[in-house]
Design a protein around this ligand. Sequence first.
Ligand code: HEC
Length: 133
Amino acid sequence: MHHPDHHTFNRFIRFLAFLIGVAVAPVVLAASGEPPAPISTVEAVAPALTGQQVYNNVCIACHYPPGVGGAPALGDTNAWTPRIAQGMDTLIDHALNGFTGSTGVMPMKGERVDLSDEEIIVAVEYMVEQVDQ
Ligand code: HEC
């Protein structure tokens, strides 16, 4: 006995199974696979050196107390308080791009243009953290 309806039904089931497979497979893959690759943003890039390491290797040349050439010395509250009041964005901008202030010249990246922006930023944060406010 031949049942055309039965045949159609089988094809429908297979089609349904195919659809479910297509819908479920990515979910299973996502749940069992590697975590997705991190999206590359500036924030996601970990600095190679810590702020303290950058300070000890580079910034210390001028910022070690009492400070060379008008550089605010590490941990010098009087020297740092008005500078910190400018806001971190300004401090970071001045450290990255250099600036000439009322006491001297802060060279771009402390003359270490090979360092990444992130390394300079963590160094600024380290220097600011050393100030008792
Ligand atoms: C060649 C000397 C020199 C080196 C090296 C140096 N600085 Fe400076 N820096 C200065 C001087 C001088 C000033 C003060 C400029 C002024 O205000 O007239 C200064 C100021 C700053 C300020 C304050 C900016 C502001 O707006 O008041 C920051 C932040 C700073 N330096 C960060 C750094 C960091 C981070 C490094 C190391 C990566 C570094 N400096 C290396 C000389 C130096």
